[in-house]
Design a protein around this ligand. Structure first.
Ligand SMILES: [Zn+2]
Ligand SMILES: [Zn+2]
Length: 301
């Protein structure tokens, strides 16, 4: 899994900072998560092929999370894209985008498929044989979802020497990988654990932006490999959290700790701050493994 931060700030674009957007590479997918202004430029700067993006997940309809989308949708047309583009977003985005296309008479030549979200409960919104994506209902000023990206359980690994010694027909290798016991060429039942090894543990990535401190998400993101949780403010500005429905770095760390995740990435910093080390040290008073998002930074996990 590889996460590339294209933008990790709130509110407005500035000379050196972009509003929210990131790309998650997982099991051969390139999932675009939020699409603030500047996303196209950052995709190019980070050498991410536009054609590999087939799914876009939009958390909510505040401009710092989707104002880059109409531009990207249009660029895909100019690049003569033919493959489908799926957009998962709160109800209303389809109307916004189609209105813009209608007035500029610029319909896409590729299928643009909207999946409008309205549920206030976590739901499965995408899956194939390798990954699944669930919503994480957040608590913000308008309807907002985070997203949980999960690898499906990996298959068992064959211990090839043990398999050969056990005289098992190749036709049964698939069943072995799926965990079944099989008969060998001599009709003897071979137990699975004698000829296979445990698979790599399945990984998960929980994206939570924007939200006030909200413990209801803990069971959904429990034991995630990586949690990205917004930390718009530092403790000294905590009074701003309630009216704006955002979190502090310490609150993000408290959620990380209670959900027992492995790693916390902080982001969605308010543009009032110029440095971010204080976010890290504040969060580290509660939770050990804290990383700071930075525009253009990649994380492998
Ligand atoms: Zn925001
Ligand atoms: Zn917002």
């Amino acid at each position: 899994m590889k996460l590339t931060i294209l933008g990790c700030h709130s509110a407005t674009p500035r000379t050196n900072t972009n509003p929210t957007s990131q790309v998650l590479e997982i099991k051969n997918h390139m999932f675009l998560i939020d699409c603030g202004e500047g996303t196209q430029v950052e995709l190019r700067r980070n050498k991410i092929k536009f054609s590999r993006i087939k799914h876009v997940f939009i958390s909510h309809l505040h401009g710092d999370h989707y104002f880059g989308l109409i531009g990207l949708v249009n660029t895909f047309s100019l690049l003569t894209r033919e493959t489908e583009l799926h957009i998962y977003a709160p109800k209303g985005l389809k109307e916004l985008i189609t209105m813009q296309m209608k007035l500029s008479e610029s319909w896409t030549k590729y299928p643009l498929i909207f999946h409008e979200l309205t549920s206030k409960k976590s739901e499965l919104i995408y899956q194939d044989d390798k990954v699944e994506v669930h919503t994480i209902p957040l608590k913000h000023r308008i309807y907002t979802n985070g997203f949980l990206f999960k690898e499906k359980e990996n298959e068992r690994n064959l211990d090839i020497n043990a398999v050969l010694n056990a005289n098992i027909n190749v036709a049964y290798y698939r069943k072995l990988k799926q965990g079944a016991d099989v008969e060998n060429e001599d009709g003897v039942l071979i137990s699975n654990e004698k000829v296979t090894k445990d698979p790599k543990p399945a990984k998960s990535y929980a994206y939570c932006s924007d939200t006030v401190y909200h413990e209801a998400i803990i069971p959904i993101i429990n034991e995630a490999t990586v949690l990205y949780h917004e930390s718009t403010f530092l403790n000294k500005n905590e009074a701003l959290c309630k009216p704006t429905k955002h979190s502090t770095a310490e609150q993000a760390a408290t959620i990380a700790k209670k959900a027992n995740v492995e790693t916390l990435i902080l982001g969605h910093y308010s543009t009032r701050y110029n440095g971010y080390d204080e976010f890290k040290s504040e969060a580290e008073t509660v939770f050990e493994n804290v990383l700071l998002a930075k525009d253009g930074k990649s994380f492998d996990f």
